[in-house]
Design a protein around this ligand. Structure first.
Ligand SMILES: Nc1nc2c(ncn2[C@@H]2O[C@H](COP(=O)(O)OP(=O)(O)OP(=O)(O)O)[C@@H](O)[C@H]2O)c(=O)[nH]1
Length: 196
């Protein structure tokens, strides 16, 4: 299951990713390019091989610039859309990113990070919920700094969405294939009919 972690600079994409991979919190994670990781985990009693792309948007990206994550989106099976509850601009960044996605884009999960920074909150939980409703996706608020289980849950939730979408597209492919063939109901066989 290939997951791209997407969000504005500094929202905690790397902190969340590393928390999921290692269960540890690394406060200062210095990197200037995107990183890709492989990680095995068990989701709903099934082993899953995650490939995680920790994207790295340009720090000087213009706020109004339409965010372009085409490569990551094309590569991914699912998108973890992350904003920081302490940063209104990061919330708007996610709005623009989502608006920019095609209708057939992969499943998404919305995450508000840094929930431990209570006093710096700029985005209410309700706003996050409303945005998630708009996106028709799951939503959670977490803290990469303080939560282990909840961070893993967000990745697992996205994994479930991806697997459900796969099942759905397999089913619709089957339906389309079977749609071309006629289905005969069982009736009396010829041999049971009168000879003449
Ligand atoms: N208080 C708090 N700080 C956090 C949390 N998650 C990340 N941070 C801090 O936020 C800063 C940015 O975190 P990163 O994980 O580097 O963010 P990023 O989104 O990967 O940043 P870029 O790679 O620049 O796009 C760091 O100083 C982290 O320590 C959190 O849950 N709570």
């Amino acid at each position: 299951v290939k997951i791209a972690v997407i969000g504005a600079p500094g929202v905690g994409k790397s902190a969340l990713t590393v928390r999921f991979l290692t269960k540890r919190y690394i406060g200062e994670y210095d990197h200037h390019s995107e990183n890709r990781y492989r990680h095995e985990a068990v989701v709903d009693n099934e082993p899953v091989l995650f490939e995680i792309l920790d994207t790295c948007p340009k720090a000087d990206e213009d706020e109004e610039q339409v965010t372009n994550q085409t490569e990551a989106v094309q590569w991914a099976d699912g998108l973890l859309l992350v904003y920081s509850i302490t940063d209104r601009r990061s919330f708007n960044y996610i709005r623009r990113t989502r608006a920019n996605l095609q209708t057939d884009s992969p499943p998404v999960v919305l995450v508000g990070n840094k929930v431990d920074m209570i006093h710096g909150r700029q985005i209410s939980t309700e706003e996050g919920e409303i945005l998630a409703k708009d996106f028709e996706c799951k939503f959670s608020e977490v803290s990469a700094a303080e939560h282990v289980g909840q961070v893993a849950d967000t990745f697992h939730d996205l994994c479930r969405e991806v697997l459900a979408a796969r099942r759905k597209s397999k089913q619709s492919l089957l339906d389309r294939m079977l749609g071309g063939t006629r289905v005969y109901s069982r009736g009396k066989s010829d041999s049971a009919l009168p000879k003449d």
